[in-house]
Ligand binder design. Structure first.
Ligand SMILES: C[S@@+](CC[C@H](N)C(=O)[O-])C[C@H]1O[C@@H](n2cnc3c(N)ncnc32)[C@H](O)[C@@H]1O
Length: 245
């Protein structure tokens, strides 16, 4: 009896790992989130029982109820898949589900997925690190939890790319705090909505215009000089790499 916590990637079924696809094809039960692409759902064993535990934002079931459902199913079935968007351990509450299951002596196996934190910028042609432009990348949530929120002014660093998940609502405040912290208002930014799906949309601009951009969730915000790079810069990237072996 195993519950497999499986990363579904950002949406496109072609971005599933082979292991994820195999587990979905053999699942007896699949418990999935809202942001799972239709192509990914098609990979599921047609005879599997399915639970959609997050149909609409705000109406999603509480984590406690989801944990309880997983425990019940984990006791009853041999092969349960808990399918989660992106990577299960990147803002996916995967750690909480693992703990709830192991506390109840249910075996858990976690399968990584492509996180939107890295997959969405890549699909927009943005390398999150790039020699001479960005020495690293910080991935943060834009959403505050129980009254506390990240102080974005402390994350202002022109040498590090900032990738914000769940940041659409607070994008104006985030931009203001980063500028207050010392980032130039002209710092390039990009927003990537619905990465890897037919609704994918990429917008580019500067930090001082982030609040004005019309952005639809789910989206990833990329802040930093690399946000200016695009697929049509690939030749430049290749040339750079050739010069610096
Ligand atoms: C609860 S977090 C889950 C993240 C997920 N575990 C991951 O690794 O991608 C949901 C957020 O991920 C981002 N996201 C997930 N899928 C996305 C996609 N296809 N395109 C853009 N952003 C996406 C959005 O910022 C969204 O608000």
């Amino acid at each position: 009896m195993t519950v497999y916590l499986v990363g579904a990637g950002p949406g496109d079924a072609d971005l599933l790992t082979i292991r994820a696809a195999r587990l979905l094809a053999n699942a007896q039960v699949v418990v999935h989130d809202r942001l799972i692409g239709p192509g990914v759902l098609d990979v599921i064993n047609p005879d599997a029982i399915r639970y959609d535990v997050g149909k609409l934002p705000g109406l999603s079931q509480s984590q406690e109820r989801i944990n309880q459902l997983l425990i019940t199913l984990g006791r009853e079935y041999e092969h349960v898949v808990r399918l989660k968007g992106g990577d299960p351990f990147v803002f996916g509450r995967g750690g909480e589900e693992v703990r709830a299951l192991t506390d109840n002596s249910i075996r858990v196996d976690v399968v990584p997925g492509i996180s939107s934190a890295f997959g969405a910028p890549l699909l927009a042609g943005i390398p999150v690190t790039h020699r001479g432009l960005s020495h690293g990348v910080t991935v943060v949530t834009g959403r505050s939890l129980k009254g506390s929120s990240i102080d974005f002014s402390k994350l202002a660093n022109p040498d590090i790319t900032l990738v914000v998940l769940m940041g659409v609502e607070r994008r104006r405040d985030i931009a203001t705090a980063l500028i207050k912290g010392g980032l130039s208002p002209s710092t390039p930014i990009a927003t990537i909505e619905w990465a890897s799906t037919s609704s994918e949309r990429v917008q580019r601009g500067s930090l001082d215009g982030l609040g004005e951009l019309q952005v639809v969730a789910p989206a990833v915000l990329v802040i930093g000089p690399v946000a200016e790079l695009a697929t049509n810069h690939v030749e430049t990237l290749i040339a750079d790499l050739a010069l610096q072996p």
